[in-house]
Ligand binder design. Structure first.
Ligand code: MCN
Ligand code: CUN
Length: 796
């Protein structure tokens, strides 16, 4: 059972010994998962359920001449075959994306990336559906593909999106932030300017469970029940209502247990829509689950930013300004998920943790013949790219100035008294105290000793590198007045009910994918009401049974829904006071609160616990005017600002001079996410994100050949780190509460993925310094490191 195991000070609260709802409690969901009782999408079997499979394009760019389904339809187990032409008739061939573009559900005119959806087969079982795909005869007429984003805007480049009226090139958007003129002026007078092209390659979230859906359309009542691997069930329901024309109250979206999302399950994929079409056509439930290659080749990739970074500084190492131009590869459809007003996400926070005089960035998005997506994989809406750029560039500057990279950072931090800090591209950092985190990381790893060891090893010809990174994250979107996705304001709901016996249920609009919401959201309520977490049930992932909200991504659950839970609990507490006063025949003003109980000021023995008050609310006591007989409350929380967690990471690597293989020897991570609800879960989030970071820095990569063939379509080619490739993580923390969040908490879910790649790459580059290397692009595979040491061109 969930017993208190450790009590940690929580400076956000008046009593520093009080943890948030018992602190390090074990995860309520784990007994279910450990015993094989998790219920994932593929575990769900509905009576009469059919199975769908998608025929995908083998080529990256081609005109679709014909699709002949005759033979597939003749397969004895096939119930339906759907093509783009069929969807055109239903006005469903194209669906809106989350970024005001459209995406083909099934190709009608052309195929635009390898793996694009061309036809959908519904059959009695998964095997028959797959067999029948081979019976479909498609004629393609090859077109030259656009693979290199740098060539996408060349005059004469093939126009990928000739479906869009007025689209005569492969340009998606231009976006800028900051003050170009002021920045140029600072650059013009700076002692030192460094510049580097920094590429954040295309990677994939690659969750253990791939994406899938089961659609169950009931024609008599016109009801659609849609089981989906979705991080945002409510937003999906609204979009389905808008696209499919099914009234929203007749759609129920259920997200069961999710085996990892990492951003991969934010969007609505053609397969989800096709499952719905399949169910409408056949009158039976239809399940569609993609396989690993489909997942890697066709669903939301991440990054793919080509960045030119520039830093202006004084000779003493004071950073004055940063400037960047970015080419963003968006693939064949602009399907990235981010707040509407931010076409390049939150990339403009690329000023990092430093106090600057000026900054400017411009981002140009282009279409290429690659899978769509763009924002996914613990990205915090492109903060990942921003942090990587600035943290790589600070190291480039350190090399130029022959300064220690940790000292250079310490010299330039935003100082504690400057918070709330408005940066030069318009962000207001809520709180921060950077130097102690940096010092703690340096102490923990023994920074000065390591530098001495490195010098000795270098003398012996050994390649040891120490990489430092310091990041500021920005998570918790809204506020709704500034942020929306396709017009839906970024707020989230929570509903609390205290049952007559004092047990409670809290219903959330966000959706866990492994982050432990069933535990931590119970802890927030436990903290506020004094009901033990084991007596609180957390309900999510079912639009019929939870309040509306935009869902889990951008580490926004704690900042937004967590705020909603705390405020709903406080409403319950206020109401409990009125009811307790009625029960005790006293005035509400005469009552005082201690955790779990209202009592008479001056006579602490006279009081009512939350459980007693709940029973009273549902009992026979006469309730005051305007108080109805329950102990429930609901809140939709519109956060006043984002939260800005931060951290200091230091990585030590050894590079084999013979093979170029990088061994990560140590990794120290000091994180600050404000008030920590459950320190164990926070550490788990950090461990996972650090592994992601090592993976991206050293091995993960979705490459393409010149024809646009995807080279990362299986786990043989797309390498993800295992326990063998990662060190034992050494973590530490500081606590700088968010001043505007109801419990002072900031998000943590993406911090380590954002902050760790630069630490690893900085370490590799530091190890290679004897070769005069100042930068190399991820992933630092043995082949690439070896080539860099030989001064040869980078292999793919
Ligand atoms: N938490 C806490 N104290 C804090 C902050 C967070 O105890 N100060 C807890 C939360 O209550 C929650 C967990 O840590 O249980 C993560 O919280 P939060 O930072 O709010 O992030 P979200 O819950 O919104 O999760 C989203 C985030 C994202 S965007 C990606 S991508 C990612 C990540 O979470 N995907 C994950 N971590 C993941 N972890 C797992 N296991 N699986 C994924 O798919
Ligand atoms: Cu960007 S990946 Mo997470 O926000 O779901």
């Amino acid at each position: 059972s969930a017993m208190p195991q450790e009590r940690e000070p929580n400076p956000a609260l008046s009593d520093p010994d009080r943890p948030i709802g018992y602190g390090r409690v074990q995860r309520k969901e784990d007994p279910r998962f450990i015993r094989g009782r998790g219920r994932y999408l593929d575990d769900i079997v509905l009576p009469g359920m059919l199975h769908g499979a998608i025929l995908r394009s083998p080529v990256a760019h081609a005109r679709l001449v014909s699709v002949d389904t005759t033979e597939a339809l003749a397969h004895p187990k096939v119930r339906a075959v759907v093509t783009g032409k069929d969807l055109e008739g239903l006005n469903l061939a194209w669906a809106p994306t989350l970024s005001a573009d459209v995406q083909a559900v099934l190709a009608t005119d052309k195929v635009r990336f390898q793996g694009q959806e061309v036809a959908f087969v519904v059959a009695d079982d998964r095997y028959a559906a797959r067999d029948a795909l081979e019976l479909i005869d498609v004629e393609y007429e090859d077109l030259p593909p656009v693979v290199d984003a740098r060539r996408a805007l060349d005059p004469g480049a093939p126009v990928i999106r000739d479906d869009k009226e007025g689209q005569t090139d492969n340009h998606v958007f231009d976006w800028e932030a900051g003050d170009a003129a002021a920045t140029d002026a600072v650059f013009a007078r700076a002692d030192v300017v460094v510049s580097e092209e920094v590429v954040y390659p295309r990677v994939h979230p690659a969750p253990m469970e791939t994406c899938g859906a089961i659609a169950d359309y009931e024609p008599v009542e016109g009801r659609l029940t849609l089981y989906e691997t979705s991080q945002a069930p409510h937003a999906h329901r609204t979009l389905f209502a808008m696209v499919a024309g099914i009234p929203e109250h007749k759609i129920r979206v259920i997200s069961p247990d999710i085996g990892g999302g990492f951003g991969n399950k934010v969007g609505i994929y053609p397969g989800y829509i096709l499952a719905v079409v399949g169910s409408i056509v056949t009158g039976r439930p239809v399940k569609w689950v993609e396989d690993r290659s489909e997942n890697l080749m066709s669903t939301s990739f991440a990054r793919d930013y080509i960045m030119r970074g520039e830093v202006a500084a004084t000779r003493e190492g004071k950073i004055l300004a940063v400037r960047t131009t970015v080419l963003a590869d968006h693939g064949a459809f602009n399907a990235t998920a981010q707040p509407t007003k931010y076409p390049a996400g939150f990339f403009s926070i690329f000023t990092g943790s430093y106090d600057l005089e000026a900054a400017h960035c411009s981002v140009t998005g282009v279409y290429t013949n690659k899978a769509p997506g763009g924002v996914a994989y613990a990205c915090s809406f492109r903060v990942t790219e921003a942090v990587y750029l600035v943290e790589r560039m600070v190291d480039v500057l350190a090399a130029e100035l022959a300064m220690d990279p940790a000292e250079l950072r310490l010299k330039n931090f935003i100082r504690p008294e400057q918070f709330p800090y408005r940066n030069k591209t318009g962000w207001e950092y809520d709180s921060g105290d950077y130097e102690p985190a940096m010092r703690m990381a340096m102490d923990r790893i023994g920074y000065a000793d390591l530098r001495r060891e490195q010098a000795e090893r270098r003398d012996r010809g050994e390649l040891m590198g120490i990489g430092v990174s310091f990041f500021t994250e920005t998570v918790g979107a809204g506020p709704r007045k500034h942020m929306d996705i396709v017009g839906l304001g970024m707020a989230d709901g929570a509903e609390v009910r205290v049952h007559p016996t004092g047990k409670a249920v809290v219903r959330l609009s966000v959706q866990t994918q492994g982050q432990g919401h069933e535990t931590t959201f119970a802890q927030i309520l436990a903290e506020e009401l004094g009901i033990p977490p084991e007596d609180i049930d957390v309900v999510h992932g079912d639009t019929d049974n939870t309040p509306f909200g935009l869902g889990t991504y951008g580490s926004r659950s704690t900042p937004v829904s967590g705020g909603a839970v705390a405020l709903a609990a406080r409403k319950v507490k206020d109401k409990a006071r009125l009811i307790a006063a009625a029960m005790l025949e006293t005035r509400p003003e005469d009552l005082e609160w201690e955790k779990g109980r209202w009592f008479v000021a001056g006579d602490p023995t006279v009081g009512k616990t939350i459980a007693e008050i709940a029973l009273g609310a549902h009992g026979t006591v006469a309730l005051p005017e305007g108080v109805d007989g329950n102990l429930d409350a609901e809140v939709t929380y519109d956060p006043p600002n984002l939260t800005f967690p931060f951290g200091a990471y230091i990585c030590v690597v050894d590079v084999d001079p013979g093979t170029g293989k990088v061994h990560v020897r140590r990794f120290v991570a000091v994180d600050d996410c404000g008030t920590r609800i459950n320190p164990m879960i926070v550490e788990g989030q950090i461990h996972g994100g650090l592994a992601d970071g090592v993976g991206m820095a050293l091995m993960e990569f979705i490459g393409f050949d010149e024809q646009g063939n995807c080279l990362g379509g299986s786990f043989m080619d797309y390498l993800i780190p295992t326990a063998v490739e990662v060190p034992d993580w050494e973590t530490g923390y500081t606590v700088t509460p968010s001043p505007h969040h109801p419990i002072g908490a900031k998000g943590i879910g993406e911090s380590a993925t954002v902050g760790s790649p630069p630490a690893v790459v900085n370490a590799v580059v530091d190890a290679l310094a004897p070769f005069g290397i100042r930068h190399m692009d991820m992933p630092c595979t043995p082949a690439r490191v070896w080539a860099a040491m030989q001064g040869r061109p980078t292999p793919p």
